[in-house]
Design a protein around this ligand. Structure first.
Ligand code: ZN
Length: 146
């Protein structure tokens, strides 16, 4: 069990040091900012949604290891998902970090299950997901680079 926990921490550490999908996305058509005042985590999430499917997801910002790893894992998981599937993932992820059995298979997102033992860090882990909900609700005009 402790080996498994070490492995999970290593994955979180890796995602924090080398976050996936980190950087700007000029052609995004959804965007939202998230802030977790308890920890000071800030992130901007950008999505490219076409025909109800999330084609790309990228984020920028600065936060603790948990918030950065969570955003990195989330943006990986979102690619190719419909908005409904993304909402189901959020529901399952939220159940997991609250210590409930998730209703769906969370895949790699399960590495953050250990957060349930640290209630103060739950908001770090869910920040990216709350930002996702805001981004999916608020369609923004695509930023033009012209
Ligand atoms: Zn944090």
């Amino acid at each position: 069990m402790s080996d498994l926990r070490d492995l999970y921490q290593e994955v979180i550490f890796d995602h924090n040091r080398h976050p996936h999908n980190f950087g700007p996305m000029p052609h995004a058509n959804r965007q939202a900012d998230g802030f977790n005042p308890l920890c000071g985590d800030r992130l901007t999430l950008r999505l490219l949604v076409e025909n109800g499917v999330i084609q790309e997801a990228r984020f920028e910002g600065a936060g603790c290891a948990i918030s950065t790893a969570s955003a990195s894992l989330m943006t990986d998981a979102l690619k190719g998902k419909t908005e409904a599937e993304a909402n189901q993932l959020f529901t399952g992820f939220h159940q997991m970090v609250m210590g409930e059995p998730p209703a769906i298979d969370l895949g790699k997102l399960a590495v953050l299950a250990g957060v349930q033992e640290f209630p103060a860090r739950v908001k770090c882990a869910t920040l990216a997901w709350h930002t996702l909900t805001a981004a999916l609700k608020n369609e923004t005009t695509a930023v033009s680079t012209e």
